[in-house]
Design a protein around this ligand. Structure first.
Ligand code: FE
Length: 346
């Protein structure tokens, strides 16, 4: 169904832009792994402001990348929008992006939340952030026991820890960040300790971990913040009941800070509408777009002057962010992948 609509949109586009030569700049092909309702308003506002219509191809991150590999030089993609540094970095190293010089993006997006074109000619920018935090069952665990990622390996948490597969990009990025801080050998010892504390073998997504903590099957787990806030804001009583049983810790506040990751985007390597693509990225960094982009999925804007109205998100409070460059977090997944293999974190 989705491809039918996309096909139709592309066909209509062909009719509409047939006449004037410069009209090719009036369309943008967006490959997006985001699929949130609030993003709709984001796209229509861009079209209203610029006259550039957006053809959207939505799929999972890996499916989008596979599509681009197959399309090669003929790919119609102008902008690629992905979640998590691990995936963005993968796309970067495969050369799926191109470098972008933009004063707007350089001024508005903090340097540690974008990749830097180190001669690779492939670059991307973070547009919203999420933190990877510890959740615990209030009946079973005291918050003092789980103040740090390292604590998940403490012997006293035997049989208490749940996570999704270590091979998932969210876990690869976190384990990679831990290895950046501790070094590979200590990070591996930590990973083995965590695996030794498993309450069950890894399965499910982040929301499943939170629910398993609430039910008491697990004492403690890891989740991205937006899944937790989504449950807080749910109109289902059962979801809010889950939240009531669960405490949340921003880890490593007295050391390197809580691991933060991004939703990010870059201009596609062979973008047919390059100017429109850069305009779209700059639009995503605007005040209004930052609010839509971030709050629609309960994330934080990357532009620090933007203050969204989201009381549940605000209730997580201010916290110390791990300011490891997001590019190095992406790269560290190679080490993380070795660690999870040796530790059996699958
Ligand atoms: Fe997610």
């Amino acid at each position: 169904m989705k491809s039918l609509i996309t096909g139709l949109a592309l066909a209509m586009n062909a009719v509409l832009v047939a006449a004037p030569a410069h009209a090719q700049d009036k369309v943008l092909n967006l490959y997006s792994a985001r699929h949130y309702q609030a993003d709709e308003a984001l796209y229509s506002n861009f079209t209203r402001a610029t006259g550039i219509r957006i053809n959207r191809i939505e799929a999972g991150d890996e499916a989008l990348l596979e599509r681009m590999r197959n399309e090669g030089k003929n790919s119609p993609a102008d902008v690629i929008l992905l979640v998590d540094a691990a995936r963005l970095w993968k796309a970067e190293t495969e050369g799926l992006f191109q470098p972008v010089r933009s004063k707007v993006l350089e001024e508005r997006i903090p340097a540690f939340l974008r990749s830097h074109d180190e001669g690779k000619g492939s670059q991307w920018f973070g547009f919203s952030t999420r933190a990877r935090v510890i959740v615990y069952n209030k009946q079973k665990i005291r918050p003092e026991q789980v103040q740090n990622y390292e604590d998940l390996a403490r012997p006293e948490l035997q049989g208490q820890v749940c996570t999704r597969s270590g091979a998932h990009p969210y876990m690869l990025s976190l384990i990679g960040a831990v290895s950046e801080h501790l070094g590979e050998a200590r990070a591996e010892a930590w990973a083995k300790g965590v695996v030794g504390n498993f309450a069950r073998s890894p399965r499910g997504g982040d929301t499943d971990q939170i629910k398993a903590v609430a039910s008491g099957e697990c004492g403690v787990a890891l989740t991205n913040t937006y899944y937790f806030v989504r449950l807080m804001r749910s109109d289902k009583q059962a979801d809010r009941d889950v939240v009531a049983k669960v405490g949340m810790v921003m880890p490593n506040q007295s050391s390197w800070g809580t691991h933060v990751n991004v939703s990010g985007a870059g201009v596609a390597r062979n973008a047919p509408h390059r100017d429109a693509a850069v305009k779209f990225l700059e639009y995503l960094a605007s005040d209004d777009a930052q609010i839509y982009f971030a709050v629609g999925n309960n994330e934080w804007p990357v532009v620090s002057s933007v203050v969204p109205k989201n009381p549940e998100l605000d209730s997580l409070g201010k916290f110390k962010v791990d300011e490891l460059p997001i590019g190095s977090i992406g790269r560290s997944q190679l080490t993380a992948a070795k660690i999870i293999d040796r530790a059996g974190w699958r």
